[in-house]
Design a protein around this ligand. Structure first.
Ligand code: AMP
Length: 115
């Protein structure tokens, strides 16, 4: 159950997190193991386990999250130089926490392709 993931606990304030943004639909906090000078995770409050579980009912939520990432990048000062948004999905995608999340990475030049 997604509610039982560590991110569900962060939403419910059962464990601490460095929260940088919150609204009715989503929450953003700094990744505990940052892979770039700025590394923030944006999660929906709705417990969608992974992108593959999203449905057309989530269209507005996902659009809202993408635009929230854009605003967050501006707020965090990484918009001008550029940044990367990543959604790891399922085991081959490298997903380790099964509550949908979008990584926002910036503050350094990022390589491509990923490993
Ligand atoms: P993923 O591998 O895409 O599922 O990403 C999960 C991310 O969650 C990793 O980058 C972890 O460093 C991060 N993470 C795990 N636990 C916490 C936590 N308590 N607070 C902040 N970030 C976390």
């Amino acid at each position: 159950m997604s509610e039982e993931t560590i991110f569900g606990k962060i939403i419910r304030r059962e464990i601490p997190a460095d929260i940088v943004y919150e609204d009715d639909l989503c929450l953003a906090f700094r990744d505990i193991t940052p892979q770039a000078p700025t590394h923030v995770l944006l999660i929906p409050k709705k417990p969608v386990p992974k992108l593959a579980d999203a449905t057309s009912d989530d269209k507005e939520l996902l659009g809202h999250m993408m635009l929230t990432l854009k605003s967050l990048a501006e707020q965090l000062g990484i918009a001008e130089e550029g940044y990367r948004v990543v959604i790891n999905t399922g085991s081959n995608g490298g997903q380790t926490v099964f509550h949908l999340h979008m990584h926002l990475l910036g503050g350094r030049s990022l390589q491509w392709p990923p490993g």
